[in-house]
Ligand binder design. Sequence first.
Ligand SMILES: [Zn+2]
Length: 245
Amino acid sequence: MSSFKKYNAKDFEEYIKNIKILRKVNKIQIHHTYSPSYKQFTGDNHNALQEGMRNCHIKTNGWSDIAQHFTIFPDGIIMSGRSLEMVPAGIKGANTGAIAIECVGNFDRGADTMTKEQKDAIVSVLKALLKKFSLSPKESIIYHAWWTSSGKSLGDYKKGESCKTCPGTNFFGGNTKKAFTENLLPLLDKAVPALKSVDKINDIVWELINAGVVTDGKLWLSKCEEDINVYHLCKKMANYLRGTL
Ligand SMILES: [Zn+2]
């Protein structure tokens, strides 16, 4: 019997929210499986493909378990893999503190075209993980192609130097840092809404009331309206309290 668990995006979010992980997580690795690719996915063989990968990783590669923590299939189904308490066997030089995600498919240019279901699931999984571990997508998400095979960080895909093209030269528009920044990152930034600084009098006073600095909102609204110096002082304090100063 398979020990792998299947989730849709909503169940996954719930599962991640409630789980306790003792090891420190500070990065999320993204991979494509390359093989199996879309050709091997029949729509109902999630378990067989996952078992196949585990067998290959244990018997052929000599690893202790399947390499990745999660596999995302073309139909948007997410499947658990190795224990989250174990570091993945994903990127030499970047496994400590990592959670590894494998996207089933070959996303090199000219190969598989990613389905909308899989795209949405990848975004949902990343959002849930970023939220769970309070990570910034820009700093924590890494592509396999940004490392050499000896485990040196290149910071980008460099043809001839990178260990692989993984997660594919057409993964969300490409495997370069630029492609990540332009295509995937904007979909994730909304996960952790950036705090905006306040400049409207109503918002400023609301912030001060919330923090218990003032109690009489009406009084401070009129003070801010009447005296530009008071407005600037209150604005400064409100943004300091908000963490946007
Ligand atoms: Zn990879």
